[in-house]
Design a binder for this molecule. Structure first.
Ligand code: GDP
Length: 471
């Protein structure tokens, strides 16, 4: 096993070796957790850590089921400059006497969980236990979409963004402001701020509508960059002339600064060191939002996969230096909104989206898979009689009212093409179908010793992502 790890590390170049080993033969797995805002990253990481520390609910993680994981404990993370993922606060929120959802991801954070593993198999019984470090890196999926900006000039990005905005109702205020702006006039900072604010409001509105084609990714999640010039610009039509000190020239300069001072450091310092990746997707939310949101999700998945196949991006290829992510899991989250009778259909939709995204991104490389999971199960299943029809529902405590309710989100089609074709054809509503969504509060529960929070297939997802490194 150790020999295998050494060979693997050497094959990856200098970066890979330093990230793979932190001490004498203590392999490290850097697991990236991403997904667009509200996809479920914070809940996923909190539940994953809790369920790796208390493994009774992880039967599909082979190393847990076979008892190979002897202990799991948190350790100081290796990167001093990244905020620590606030596991304790998030777990206390989710599992306290009056459980609530934790605060969502706003920026990058990290946590190291160390696992003491007794290797199994033929050679395993001859060697003692070893320590495997799992460095979990949480980062907003919006940041991945920025990769495409590296190859685009300000003029190209502006043209594309304005063309996409034009037919959208949510863009009206921004487009009105642009129409009243002379990009060739001298920069006026309040005007620049007003344009950036109107553009950000438009991005927030399309995000709320379930769309995900919003760049620059930091505009909605600026973290400590809020108010700085690198996030105070917006797309503009190119005027005939662009004099020095003009608004256009200044926005162009800020756009380039955004690329070199914000986007590149993230890819170089964090993204390039990831070994395994989970991309969380609120697919049920997109289905509820309608065909355009599903089509948009399909495009976003292709963009995300594109980031993991850096071939066409010369800058990223150089940074990666031959290292590549080995496994990528696309997981539809919040599957506890569905009775298990429909989980297979949700997974089939994810599978179809992944297949299309792979084709679109011309992706060949890492091993990929799609699954439906719930990092924190908030519901129980039931079958009710609904006007003579048997309906498979889930029951839970509603977030808004605190009341208990039964919920049926709609029949997902057995053939995912029914949804995806309609989405691709630019339709604005589903045919003969209506999908609803409800927000459930985390359930009150008493965890027995050895148990982590209840979940759906978190163990299967973990087996896919890191199971091979725990044998
Ligand atoms: P992030 O922005 O990706 O960090 O998203 P969060 O992890 O904060 O999740 C956003 C919201 O999605 C939460 O506040 C919950 O309402 C919901 N959510 C996330 N995971 C689950 C889950 O496993 N089950 C259910 N029912 N809701 C979830």
């Amino acid at each position: 096993m150790i020999l295998h790890d050494i060979a693997e590390g050497l094959g990856r170049g200098i970066e890979g070796v330093t990230s793979t080993f932190t001490g004498a033969f203590e392999p490290t797995i850097r697991l990236g957790v991403t997904g667009l805002s509200r996809a479920g990253k914070t809940v996923f990481i909190t539940s994953l850590i809790a369920n790796l520390m208390n493994r009774d609910r992880m039967p599909q993680l082979t190393a847990a089921a076979k008892g190979a994981i002897q202990a799991a404990y948190l350790q100081p993370q290796p990167d001093d400059t990244i905020p620590r993922f606030d596991y304790e606060t998030h777990l206390a929120a989710m599992t306290g006497a009056d459980p609530v959802w934790p605060n969502s991801t706003r920026t990058i954070s990290e946590l190291r969980l160390s696992l003491r593993v007794q290797p199994t198999g033929l050679l395993g019984s001859f060697s003692g236990p070893r320590v495997v470090h799992l460095d979990i890196v949480d980062y907003p999926g919006e940041w991945l979409l920025d990769l495409g900006l590296l190859e685009k000039s300000f003029a190209d990005w502006s043209d594309e963004s304005l063309a996409r905005a034009k037919p959208r109702e949510d863009a009206k205020d921004y487009l009105t402001l642009v129409a009243a702006t002379d990009p060739a006039a001298k920069l006026d900072e309040p005007q620049a701020q007003a344009l950036a604010a109107a553009y950000t409001a438009y991005l927030a509105a399309i995000r709320a509508a379930g769309l995900s084609d919003y760049t620059p990714g930091r505009f909605l999640l600026p973290g400590d960059m809020e108010g700085s010039p690198a996030v105070t610009f917006a797309p503009l039509p190119r005027p005939e002339s662009t004099p020095r000190n003009s608004l256009y020239r200044e926005f162009e300069r800020r756009y380039e600064a955004y690329k070199s001072k914000v986007v590149k450091p993230f890819f170089r310092d964090h993204f390039a060191r990831i070994d395994r990746q989970i991309v969380l997707v609120d697919a049920l939310g997109a289905i509820h939002a309608g065909p355009q949101a599903v089509d948009d999700l399909r495009r976003a998945m292709a963009d995300i996969l594109g980031a993991f196949r850096p071939g066409p991006n010369a800058w990223l290829s150089q940074i990666l230096f031959g290292k590549r992510v080995e496994k990528i899991l696309f997981a539809a989250t919040k599957a506890d909104h569905l009775h298990h009778a429909q989980h297979g259909k949700l997974t089939a939709i994810m599978d179809a989206l992944l297949r299309e995204a792979r084709d679109r991104a011309d992706f060949a490389g890492a091993q990929t898979a799609a699954m439906s999971i719930a990092a924190l199960r908030t519901t129980v299943e039931d079958t009710i009689d609904h006007g003579g029809e048997k309906l498979d529902v889930v029951r839970g405590r509603l977030l808004e009212t605190g009341k208990h309710a039964a919920f049926f989100p709609g029949h997902l089609p057995s053939n995912p093409a029914q949804l995806l074709c309609r989405a691709r054809d630019g339709q604005t509503a589903w045919l003969d179908a209506d999908y609803s969504i409800m927000s459930f509060a985390p359930a009150r529960q008493e965890l027995k010793p050895g148990e982590g929070p209840p979940h759906i297939r978190l163990d299967k997802a973990t087996e896919f992502l890191i199971g091979d490194r725990l044998r």
